[in-house]
Design a protein around this ligand. Sequence first.
Ligand code: UD1
Length: 437
Amino acid sequence: MRTLEKYVINGGAPLHGEVEISGAKNAAVAIIPAALLVDGVCRIENIPQISDTDMLLTILAELGAKVSFINRSTIEIDCSQARYQDAPYELMRKIRASYYLIGSMLGRFGSAKTTMPGGCNFGVRPIDQHIKGMTALGAEVDVRGGFVYADALGGRLHGARIYLDKVSVGATMNIMIAAVLASGRTIIENAAREPHIVDLANFLNSMGADVRGAGTDTIKVNGVDKLHGGTYTIIPDQIEAGTYMVAAAATGGEVLVKNVIPKHLECISAKLRETGTIVQEYEDSVLVKGASALRRVNIKTMPYPGFPTDMQPQMGALLCLARGTSVITEGIYDNRFKYVNELRKMGAEVQVDGRIAIIEGGHPLTGALVQACDLRAGAAMVIAGMVASGQTVVEDIHFIERGYENFVGKLQSLGADIEIVNFPEEPDGSEKILAIS
Ligand code: UD1
C-alpha cells in the first residue's frame, strides 16, 4: 500500500538551542548546471541535501557528467565527457532552476532544449528576460509546445549589452552562465544583486571565468576560452537561516542560528527587531530571542537588499501572533498569498486584496489539517503549527523538502514536537483520513 508522508506537529514548544544552516539552495541550483561549462573536476562544498539539488545532479549525470559524493555536503562533478542530448524532461519540469540549463547547455554545446521551468506557482512566471538575454548573445530561441529551443547556430555565443526590463535573479544568473564562454564582453544592466548572484560569479571566477560587478546592478563578463576545475564552497542559505530566525521568534524561544553571513540577513533581522524580537549578530551566527509580546509591523518585499519575497509567508505566520494590524505588500509576485487560506483554517484573521495582505494579529491559532501550497508557504505552515494549540498536520511536504535540508531533524533538535508520519492511502487511491486531535 502506498503511503503519503505528512508532518504532524504538536504546538506549544518554544525552540531552544543551536541550528546549523546548510548551503544556499538558490546558489547551488545555479552552480550545479554551471559546472557543465567546466573542463575538469569541480569540487563543490556545502551543497544542501534537498530534492532540487538531487534532481539537477541527476539531470547532469544523464548528460554524461560523473557525479561523486565525497561526503554528505561535498560533491565532485566532472563534465569532461558530457555530451549534448535531450535532458530528462520529467525532472526539468519539476524545478524552476532547470532554466539554468538553457544558459549552460548553450555555453557548452551551442544548443539547448529544455522544458519550460516548473517550481512554485506564484502566478505567471515568464522567462522573457532570459530569452532576451540569450537572443542578444546570438542564440535563436523558440518556445513551443512547453519546450524552449535555443541554438547558437553552429557558432559560439558573442558578448552583448543587455538591459533587463525587470530585475530578475534567474535571468541575471542565466545570462552570466551563458556569457562566460562567449566571445567578447557582456554587460548586464539592471541586474539583480542577491547574495547567490555574487556566489555564482565567485564560483565561475574560481574556475577561470572573468565576471566583475556581481552584487551591483551592472555585471561585466569578459568571455574566456575555457574554464578549469577547482574547489568552491557555497555560501549559507539566507532563507533557511531566516526561517529558523522567524521560528525562534514565533515560538518565543532562543536559538543560535549558526553558519550564516549576518550581512545577508540584515533585512530579516531588522524586521524581526521591529517586532520586539532580540537579534544579536556575531561573526558567523545570529542569536534570536523571542519577545514576550510581538509588535505589529508592515512589510514590503523587494529585490535584494530589500525584504525577500521568499521570507514573506514565514513572516505572515509570525504576524498572526502580533497584536494589531500588519500589512504585507508583495512586491515581486502576483499570487503569493495562497497560504493565507491555510492560515485561516487555523484561526488567523487575514484579508487579501491583490498583492496586499492585512493581518489582524493576536487571535490564537489552533491546530488543523493544512497544505504546504509551495516551498516557503509550507515552512510558514510548520511555524504556525509549532505555535498553535493542539495538533497540526501539514500535507504536500514534498514542496518543503525541495528547499530545506533535514527540516524535521533540525526542528526536533531545537525541541519542536514534529515528526514525519506515513499516512496509508486507501486501495482506491484516496487517503485514509486519520483522526487528528
Ligand atoms: C528566484 C528564486 C526564487 C525567488 C525569486 C525572487 C531561484 C531558483 N528562485 O526565482 O526563490 O522567489 O528569485 O527573489 O533562484 N520575471 C519576468 N520575466 C523574466 C523573469 C522574471 O517578468 O524573464 C518576473 C517574475 O515573474 C517575478 C520577477 O520578475 O515577478 C522576479 O523574478 P525572478 O527574480 O526572475 O525570480 P526567479 O529567478 O524565478
